[in-house]
Design a protein around this ligand. Structure first.
Ligand SMILES: [Zn+2]
Ligand SMILES: [Zn+2]
Length: 326
C-alpha cells in the first residue's frame, strides 16, 4: 500500500505492507485524512516520531476479525492507545496512561496511508447522515469540545476564545451552543468571517483599538480559552479575565510561556489544561448539526498530490487540508 512518511525534512510516498490486524484490532481502509498543526510539528521533528503520521481520519472497516458485524462500516477512532491495565486506562482515560501510544503521533502508524489498524475498542461507527468531509473532523472537534468537559460553562458566562486557527474556530463553534455570550478573537479577517457567518461575535485584533466591536472592557470575561498557538497567548488571556475567572489552555507551544503569576494569585484565577476529547460527543454534534465544519475546509487533494497538499497545509494562515485516499 501507499503511505506518506516524514523523513529528515522531506515528505515521501513509500510502498509498505498492509498492516495485519492482531486479535482485538481492526483494519481500516482510509477514506479521508486531515492535516493538522501537530503533523507539522512531527515533520519538524518535535516528537522524534518515526513511521506513518496522520491522526485525523475517517475510513471503512476492511477487516475486524473479532467483530465481523462492523466490516464495511464507516468509522473514526480514538487516537490514544493505553496499556489497558493502569488506573487511567481502567477509568477510560488512556490519554494519561504512562505507556500510551497515539495513532500517527507516538509509537503507532497513522492514517496518511491507504490502510491503518487500530484497537477494536477505539473505533466509533459514523452514522449515515454524517458525510466523510464532516466525520474527518471528529478528532479535532472532540479536542475542541473537551473544553466543555474540563470546565462547567453556564449559559450566563461571558466566554472569550482567543485564536482563529482551526482549533480556535472549532472551539468557538462548539461553545456557542452553551452560552450566547461568546466572542472569538483573532487576526485573520477571512477566518473570522467563517465564524461570523455561523452567528459568532468576532473581534479582529488587527483593527484599530477604537473599533466599537472591541470585546471590552478587559477583565470582564468569566472564561477565556487560549488557543492562539503562541507562547504569548497565556499572558494576553489573563488580561481579559475577571477576578476568579477560569483560563483554559489549548496551546501546546514549543517555546515555554512566561507569565505574571502574581496576577493569577491576586485575582484567584483557575487554570485548566485540555487536550484530546470524546469522539462520541463530537459525532453527536455532527449528527445533530450543531455546527457546520465544512467551511473550515480549504482544500481536498487526492493522495497522489500529497506534496502539494502538505505544502498548502504547512503554509501560513490556512484552514483544513484533507487528503483523499479512496
Ligand atoms: Zn490534530
Ligand atoms: Zn494504561
Amino acid at each position: 500500500m501507499n503511505a506518506v512518511v516524514f523523513d529528515e525534512g522531506s515528505i515521501r510516498l513509500v510502498e509498505v505492507p498492509i498492516p495485519e490486524p492482531l486479535p482485538g484490532e481492526v483494519l481500516i481502509r482510509t477514506l479521508l485524512t486531515g492535516i493538522c498543526r501537530t503533523d507539522r510539528e512531527l515533520f519538524e521533528g518535535y516528537y522524534g516520531f518515526r513511521g506513518v503520521p496522520g491522526h485525523e481520519f475517517v475510513g471503512r472497516v476492511e477487516r475486524a476479525p473479532g467483530r465481523k458485524e462492523i466490516e464495511g462500516s464507516r468509522v473514526v477512532a480514538d487516537i490514544n492507545i493505553g496499556c489497558g491495565e493502569c488506573s487511567w486506562c481502567r477509568a477510560d482515560v488512556p490519554k494519561h496512561c504512562l505507556s500510551r501510544r497515539a495513532v500517527g503521533i507516538q509509537g503507532w502508524d497513522g492514517a496518511f496511508a491507504q490502510y491503518l489498524k487500530v484497537p477494536e475498542a477505539n473505533v466509533h461507527l459514523v452514522e449515515a447522515g454524517i458525510r466523510d468531509e464532516e466525520a474527518v473532523f471528529a478528532e479535532p472537534l472532540a479536542a475542541a469540545l473537551d473544553v466543555s468537559q474540563q470546565v462547567h460553562i453556564r449559559s450566563s458566562d461571558r466566554v472569550l476564545v482567543m485564536g482563529d486557527g482551526k482549533l480556535g474556530l472549532l472551539i468557538a463553534l462548539c461553545l456557542r451552543t452553551l452560552t450566547p455570550h461568546l466572542v472569538l478573537l483573532g487576526r485573520h479577517s477571512e477566518k473570522l468571517e467563517t465564524a461570523r457567518k455561523q452567528g459568532i461575535e468576532v473581534f479582529n485584533v488587527s483593527t484599530p483599538q477604537d473599533d466599537p466591536s472591541a470585546p471590552s472592557p478587559p477583565g470582564s470575561f468569566d472564561v477565556v480559552v487560549e488557543a492562539t498557538g503562541s507562547d504569548l497567548g497565556i499572558q494576553e488571556a489573563l488580561a481579559f479575565l475577571r477576578p476568579r475567572g477560569t483560563l483554559v489552555l489549548k496551546t501546546t507551544s514549543r517555546v515555554p510561556s512566561s507569565v505574571n503569576s502574581a496576577r493569577i494569585v491576586v485575582d484567584e484565577i483557575k487554570i485548566a489544561g485540555s487536550r484530546c476529547g470524546d469522539l462520541r460527543l463530537a459525532l453527536s454534534y455532527l449528527k445533530r448539526r450543531l455546527l457546520d465544519v465544512t467551511p473550515l475546509i480549504d482544500g481536498i487533494y487526492p493522495s497522489a498530490e500529497f506534496e502539494t497538499a502538505f505544502r498548502h497545509a504547512f503554509g501560513p494562515g490556512g484552514k483544513k487540508i484533507l487528503l483523499r485516499w479512496s
